[in-house]
Each structure stands twice: as structure tokens, then as C-alpha cells.
Design a protein around this ligand. Structure first.
Ligand code: SME
Length: 149
């Protein structure tokens, strides 16, 4: 899966974020949301995604996305109802994984993936999404608009 993913990457930041969200949503079964929040002006702002319209801004002290961004580690939530402060953008979501995007020591944002199934994400998915995040940042992280300012 990762080799066909790499073929999609162009080196253009927004283009690659958009196709990455579409790739994950198409290729990984049992998802209801896959996309990005981008770190800008000290908070996470909604980026390219697939799924229902979602909350537009998340501060770093809120939600699974804020927790993954501030700790700079992948967070797996087997049951979102058990995660204090979980932000329910789509009431269908039952489990979630969030992977931080780090380029040259800088937080660019997070990859957020939601499932309507409980306990959908384990070590296999963690490795896959971390590999995707790594390839994405390697290929087009330097072209992230945040770094251009
Ligand atoms: N559930 C996330 C918010 C984003 S939506 O899932 C798309 C969170 O708690 O940070």
C-alpha cells in the first residue's frame, strides 16, 4: 500500500495533503473521516479531508488532535467516549488515531483518522499512518505554507 501511496506524492503541500486524505479514505476500510489539521497561529486549523464537515479550529489543549500535537506522539483512542475532552465532529465516530506531522523539529499539523467501529486502530494502522506521515513530510513538508512566512 505504501508504494502506491508514494507514487501519488508531488512535493506540493496542499495537493499532497488532499490526495493523502483521499487515499486513506479509499484504501482503509471502516473509516468515516480522514484528514488534516494544520498548525497555524498557535492552533490547529482544518485542512484537506474526506468525510463530513468538521470543526474548523482546535486549540492544543483540546481533543485528541490537541493531545497528539502537544505531545508530538501518535495517540490511539479505542473508544472516543472514554477519552476526556474528545471533540465529536461526527457523532458516528467511535475510535480514532491521530499522528503528528513534524518537519525539521517543527510541528506542521496532525493526521486525524476516525472510524465508526470501536477499537478500529492498532499497531498495524499506527505503523501505516506513521509511515504515510513520514513520507508526506519528507516529500512536501518543506513546501508547507507555514514555513514560507
Ligand atoms: N475528534 C477530534 C476532532 C476532529 S474530528 O474527529 C474530525 C479530536 O478530539 O481532536
Amino acid at each position: 500500500m505504501i508504494s502506491s501511496y508514494k507514487e501519488l506524492l508531488t512535493g506540493h503541500w496542499i495537493t499532497d495533503l488532499a490526495n493523502t486524505s483521499a487515499f486513506i479514505f479509499q484504501e482503509v476500510p471502516d473509516l468515516n473521516w480522514a484528514g488534516f489539521y494544520l498548525f497555524e497561529d498557535g492552533l490547529l486549523r482544518l485542512g484537506p479531508f474526506q468525510g463530513k464537515p468538521a470543526c474548523t479550529e482546535i486549540t492544543l489543549d483540546r481533543g485528541v488532535c490537541g493531545a497528539a500535537a502537544s505531545s508530538r506522539t501518535t495517540i490511539i483512542v479505542p473508544d472516543v467516549h472514554e477519552f476526556p475532552g474528545h471533540i465529536a465532529c461526527d457523532s458516528a465516530s467511535r475510535s480514532e488515531i491521530v499522528v503528528p506531522l513534524i518537519y525539521d523539529g517543527k510541528l506542521l499539523g496532525v493526521l486525524d483518522v476516525d472510524s465508526p467501529k470501536l477499537n478500529r486502530f492498532g499497531e498495524k494502522e499506527k505503523s501505516l499512518f506513521e509511515e504515510i506521515a513520514k513520507e508526506l513530510v519528507l516529500r512536501s513538508g518543506r513546501n508547507c505554507f507555514m514555513l514560507m512566512r
